[in-house]
Design a protein around this ligand. Structure first.
Ligand SMILES: [Mg+2]
Length: 370
């Protein structure tokens, strides 16, 4: 590909908190933390005012409460955040259809074909700010890697444009951990061979990296440091599964309570599927016991569904089978996953073509709603 590529990465700033501030404007300027209740919960998002106290996402909520006693805690509201996210993506897609959505508040855009790409990105940020009161940070570069690292570099309200060469220089003294694809474990191994910075990784011998990490991964690590990346912005990242889970404040062995919890989760999952007009063919149950042992069990439906009744009856049945004939041990976590997801529209077309599937579905529904 000889043509010049221009890739942008857009990432909303403190998304959950900003969404909350839209409906609770009186909390603006205050240390706000979005986290579930309970002794084991973690911070999902902290406002920039809260971050000044050293609070960050994935920190234990209890630690956060200790660090900042005047912090205001709010419970996450996934359905509401998805609504705001949809509005943001509507604006994004007005600008280009070449969008790869990474999460509710993050996307890559291929803006190579747009006439004034940088001006257009500035306009997009301004539009999001004006119509939704949300701030976003943007990174622009010749590939996804440069774009992503740039959008993180000057948060909040960052707008950073760099070439690969520019990125190599600007981030030279940073830890390789800064690069997506290089996690803390790899960074630790790199330190052991004397590589502490991105620059040191750039200058390291590729063949020596390959000796340690294998041919493919060794080259990959070096290319990351060089900001070389030729992966494409894939327009629709197909979400193949959706899941919900609960970690209980205390280990739970009460069958009734556990089943009630599964019913609640099924309701949530069903809502999420219906909202995006999707159905799942496979329902999975995740079980983690008090000793942290995790098992998963899957069940394939005869035809895709998003009914909360059906999901909960499958999940409950899988839970009952898990320990049977013994009583349930104390559990730390339960989760339900819907996978092999398809759009309801496609399912409808498919099931019209296979009318007998509907018939098959009927006895199964009875089986599970007893
Ligand atoms: Mg974000």
């Amino acid at each position: 590909m000889a043509e010049r590529r221009v890739i942008a990465h857009i990432d909303l700033d403190a998304f959950f908190v900003s969404a909350e501030l839209k409906r609770h404007p009186q909390l603006k300027g205050k240390p706000v933390i979005v986290a579930h209740n309970g002794p084991r919960s973690i911070v999902t998002t902290a406002s920039y005012e809260a971050r000044k106290f050293g609070i960050h996402s994935a920190m234990a909520a209890q630690t956060a409460a200790r660090l900042c006693q005047e912090a205001i805690f709010l419970t996450p509201d996934g359905a509401y955040y998805r609504e705001i996210s949809d509005q943001v993506f509507q604006l994004v897609r007005e600008m280009t259809k070449q969008v790869e959505k990474v999460s509710v508040d993050e996307a890559y855009l291929d803006i190579s074909a747009i006439e004034a790409p940088i001006k257009s990105m500035r306009k997009l940020v301004a539009d999001i700010q004006q119509s939704l009161e949300m701030d976003a940070s943007v990174g622009i570069g010749p590939n996804k890697l440069v774009a992503k690292v740039c959008s993180d570099a000057e948060k909040p309200k960052g707008f950073v444009i760099l070439s690969a060469e520019g990125a190599r220089i600007r981030f030279a003294s940073e830890s390789p951990k800064l690069l997506p694809g290089i996690g803390p474990k790899t960074a630790e191994r790199l330190e052991k061979i004397g590589v502490h910075t991105i620059k040191e990784l750039q200058e390291y011998s590729v063949s020596k990296l390959q000796e340690k990490w294998g041919k493919k991964q060794g080259l990959y690590l070096w290319q990351r440091a060089m900001f070389i990346d030729d992966t494409l912005v894939s327009e629709e990242r197909i979400v193949k599964s959706k899941s919900v889970e609960r970690t209980y404040p205390e280990d739970l062995d009460d069958q009734e309570e556990l089943e009630e919890s599964l019913r609640e989760m099924s309701e949530e999952l069903s809502k999420a599927l219906k909202k995006s007009d999707q159905q799942a063919k496979t329902i999975g149950l995740k079980i983690r016991d008090a000793q942290f042992k995790t098992v998963t069990r899957d069940y394939s439906l005869l035809a895709p569904s998003n009914s909360s009744k059906l999901i909960s009856s499958v999940a409950i049945r899988l839970l009952r089978q898990y320990a049977s004939p013994d009583p349930l041990p104390a559990l730390r976590l339960l989760g339900i996953k819907a996978s092999k997801i398809s759009d309801t529209k496609d399912v409808r077309e498919e099931s019209n073509a296979n009318a007998h599937v509907k018939e098959k579905l009927r006895p199964q529904l009875q089986l599970f709603t007893d």
